[in-house]
Design a binder for this molecule. Structure first.
Ligand code: SF4
Length: 150
């Protein structure tokens, strides 16, 4: 919804093909509307599309959202992860996900307790120090951490 100023159509090459530019990554790439989504894409007014949104985002009638160029979406969209950290247990299974700085989603009570007691209180530290302390605390209790914004 906030990428409208970064993803811009610079040329229309057919009724459903475009050349777009992505300002933040300086990418220029050809994209096509997914054939089954052409009717949805052609809805260019609220509530299907609002000013400022990415030109290819659409709200469907059921309230869900669709990227109408999904197979062709730019690298910045492919690499987007809606979490900042993934925590794995000793067997390599995902034990938790972290959104933002310190919002843990986990079904592992041991991890939740550890997080609340030892990690969450560090959330005010500078980013690199927080990441390093967090990794050390979790590692000392047998958890491995993937930090995506490090
Ligand atoms: S995923 Fe699709 S709709 Fe979302 S910003 Fe990227 S191109 Fe636009």
């Amino acid at each position: 919804m906030s990428l409208g100023r970064h993803i811009q159509v610079i040329r229309t090459t057919s009724p459903r093909s475009f050349l777009i530019s992505v300002r933040v990554t300086r990418e220029t790439l050809p994209v096509q509307i997914v054939p089954s989504l052409v009717p949805l894409y052609s809805q260019k007014d609220p509530p299907a599309w609002e000013a400022g949104w990415c030109p290819f985002l659409r709200r469907e009638a059921d309230g869900l959202f669709a990227c109408t160029i999904y197979p062709f979406r730019p690298r910045i969209c492919r690499e987007f992860r809606c979490m900042t950290m993934r925590i794995l247990d000793r067997s390599g299974r995902e034990a938790g996900r972290v959104k933002g700085r310190a919002s843990l989603v986990s079904g592992d009570p041991r991890l939740v307790q550890l997080w609340n007691d030892a990690v969450a209180p560090l959330a005010g530290l500078p980013e690199k120090e927080f990441a390093s302390r967090c990794r050390g605390i979790l590692a000392s209790h047998g958890f491995d951490v993937e930090i995506f914004d490090e």
